[in-house]
Design a protein around this ligand. Structure first.
Ligand SMILES: [Zn+2]
Length: 340
């Protein structure tokens, strides 16, 4: 079992995310007793450069540590990556792909995640919250893994924008949704003031709550979006952002991330192709891994354009994030058949 502390190391609330390594190791759990014993599980910095979770939680704890309304179990994630302001270490793994999922994972980090999952299950938490940031411009939103009333109510405490996520494999909220309301919250770009404020308000409201069912009608009124495809740039295609570098195969528009969460028309341009390119630079796959690129994109006058009206999410202009993860996801409204 990873390290487990019953109080915060002295002075930890005064440091930034990149200094936490002086106080805690990767995957340290801290259990802080509150008035109500059934805990809330809060996970921060699974991606070391996504610091909003720590900034909001630190502020909450400074205000409430002496009289916590409810017990908190905090997981400090990839603290070594945070030291270097990196999503993950170059030789390391993505922590948020190592939780118990569909495919077996025998990495040492996955073994720790399995132990933590077992421990959290035994605590019967009221809610599990995993706090992240995006690299592109997105509204703040919550991801759920089960379309159930308590999960939607939990998400709606954070944002009106809710996405049902079914991939990738090995993410925390999917593992914990098996036995508890669980969400991933995405608080905009890392460290921005509005993301910290919204996360802080969310933590204050959540910790005061006695029951996730005491919000009548909330879940029925929420529009939940469903991710049905991922858009990746083909690895052999060189990429750049328009204006940044000449001579890439595919130049992505520099304001493309403004389209996040908007319904886009047929013909919307995603980027420009070298005059010689005739092959689609992106690949679109559905959750089963089927290639559906031709249904969604085509090349017109050396531009990559949409063939169908879609709502994109998580478009990023970070070349590193595009290479490590993807260009964006495609969504549509979920027809709710609510499992209560
Ligand atoms: Zn993240």
């Amino acid at each position: 079992m990873p390290p487990m502390l019953s109080q915060l190391p002295a002075g930890i609330l005064d440091v930034e995310a990149d200094q936490l390594y002086q106080f805690v190791d990767d995957l340290t759990l801290v259990q802080l007793e509150g008035r109500i014993k059934r805990p809330i599980f809060i996970s921060i910095l699974q991606h070391g450069n996504e610091i909003t979770g720590w900034q909001a939680l630190r502020t909450y704890l400074k205000q409430h540590l002496s009289k916590l309304p409810r017990t908190l179990i905090i997981l400090f994630g990839n603290i070594q990556a945070a030291k270097h302001n990196l999503r993950q270490l170059a030789e390391g793994v993505d922590f948020n792909r190592c939780w118990p999922g569909v495919r077996p994972n025998h990495h040492p980090v996955a073994k720790k995640m399995a132990d933590i999952t077992h421990f959290i299950r035994q605590q019967q938490p009221l809610a599990c919250v995993d706090i992240h940031n995006n690299t592109g411009r997105n509204p703040h939103y919550a991801g759920i893994n089960a379309v159930k009333k308590e999960h939607i109510n939990l998400a709606s405490l954070f944002s009106q924008t809710i996405i049902h996520i079914t991939s990738p494999d090995g993410i925390q909220s999917a593992a914990l949704a098996e036995f508890s309301p669980a969400i991933t919250i995405e608080c905009g770009m890392s460290g921005t003031a509005d993301g910290i404020e919204q996360t802080l308000t969310f933590l204050q409201n959540l910790c005061q709550l006695s029951d996730l069912n005491q919000m009548p009608g909330i879940s029925e009124q929420q529009q939940v979006m469903n991710i049905f495809a991922v858009v990746k740039v083909r690895p052999e295609v060189s990429i750049a952002i328009v204006g940044e570098q000449q001579d890439a195969d595919f130049e992505i528009l520099d304001d493309l991330d403004y389209h996040n969460f908007h319904q886009l028309d047929v013909g919307t341009v995603f980027g420009h192709l070298k005059e010689t390119s005739t092959v689609l630079p992106v690949q679109v796959t559905d959750p089963m891994g089927h290639d559906i690129t031709d249904q969604y994109f085509s090349i017109e006058s050396q531009k990559l354009v949409l063939r169908k009206s879609v709502v994109p999410a998580m478009i990023t202009l970070s070349i590193q994030a595009i290479r490590l993860d993807c260009l964006c996801y495609l969504m549509r409204p979920l027809k709710q058949t609510l499992n209560k």
